[in-house]
Design a protein around this ligand. Structure first.
Ligand code: DGY
Length: 329
């Protein structure tokens, strides 16, 4: 039976905190080993102890490179990452070895889009600075009509860089705030853009015209440090940068300078460079920055859905079926 065939497959879940659902699904038909720790050295050790695996359930931002794949052994058929992003994975090396790759798009769109909205609201209404005033006793104790004025989302122009599933979920939410206009840029114009009522523009025009710029594009060579001093120089002085993608889309030295010099109004970042952020980072001292620690997809339901999808992809790949969310490499 197919079950008997499947039982020969060995899977390493390379993260001890992966939701139970993944273990339940995989262990029905596979031998499942879970790594004891998150760090690369432990994972390599576990792979070597397992004497090679057929599938690797990846759920950290540790890089998957030649050395790691060597440790996984020549039986490896599929690598499934419990993340939407796969910039940490050497896809060329996977391709050369004939190893399939899957990720977890879509199931996290709403959770990540919620955090983008949270950051947009918090950054535009000076959340960090307001909190600091309360803490430091500098809360002005009379009604100064000009104190702590923020930027409106209502009527504003939103510029989304990368109108994928997450970008679309962000647009959908912000429409509920009666924004004036939604612009987007990316590789190409998308039919989904038209459906949402978003206008496809070039990057330059998006930077210059947006009140809020939301980074929702994957990290690639083309997007690495795309937000540099040149970028910030073109933004409106009242402009706000939101990043829920990957920290490395932003040159953080340039961002800090732009925030300090009032070249832009504020930034809201769920992702930064490096992660974890150094505790002495200037970003933590700036009043016009709102930070969350890469929690975009961190809800119970979303993490369970991500774990389930990752496990389903592995089971499908091992049984020769098309994966639900393959990455074309
Ligand atoms: C993702 O899904 O890419 C998140 O950043 C978690 O890794």
């Amino acid at each position: 039976t197919s079950n008997a065939t499947m039982s020969r497959f060995k899977v390493l879940i390379a993260n001890p905190s992966v939701p139970r659902i993944a273990h339940e699904l995989l262990s029905k038909t596979c031998d499942v080993v879970t790594s004891s720790a998150y760090d690369r050295a432990s994972i390599v050790k576990d792979l070597e102890a397992a004497n090679g695996v057929d599938a690797l359930f990846w759920a950290t931002h540790n890089p998957v490179d030649k050395e790691l794949l060597d440790a996984a052994g020549s039986k490896l058929k599929v690598l499934s990452t419990m993340s939407a992003g796969y910039n940490h994975i050497d896809t060329k090396e996977l391709k050369a070895r004939g190893i399939k790759l899957s990720n977890t798009p879509n199931v996290l769109n709403n959770a990540v889009a919620d955090v983008a909205v949270l950051l947009a609201m918090a950054a535009s209404r000076r959340f960090t600075e307001g909190r600091q005033h309360i803490e430091h006793g500098t809360w002005i104790n009379y009604f100064d009509t000009q104190w702590m004025l923020g930027q409106d989302i209502t009527g504003s122009t939103i510029g989304i860089i990368g109108l994928g599933g997450i970008g679309q979920a962000i647009a959908k939410r912000l429409k509920g705030f009666d924004v004036g206009k939604i612009l987007y840029t990316g590789h190409r114009e998308k039919p989904e853009g038209k459906a949402i009522g978003a206008e496809f523009v070039n990057l330059d025009s998006l930077i210059k015209n947006s009140d809020f710029i939301v980074l929702a594009a994957p990290l690639t060579n083309a997007t690495h440090h795309m937000c540099n001093s040149d970028f910030f120089g073109k933004m409106k002085k009242t402009g706000i940068l939101i990043n829920i993608s990957r920290g490395a889309l932003v040159d953080h030295q340039a961002l800090i300078k732009a925030l300090k010099e009032g070249q832009i109004f504020a930034a809201g970042l769920d992702v930064m460079e490096p992660e974890p952020l150094n505790t002495d980072s200037e970003l933590l001292k700036l009043p016009n920055v709102v930070l969350t620690p890469h929690i975009g997809s961190a809800t119970n339901n979303t993490r369970n859905a991500m774990a389930e999808l990752t496990a389903q992809n592995i089971l499908r790949a091992l049984s020769g079926q098309e994966m639900l969310t393959p990455v074309k490499i």
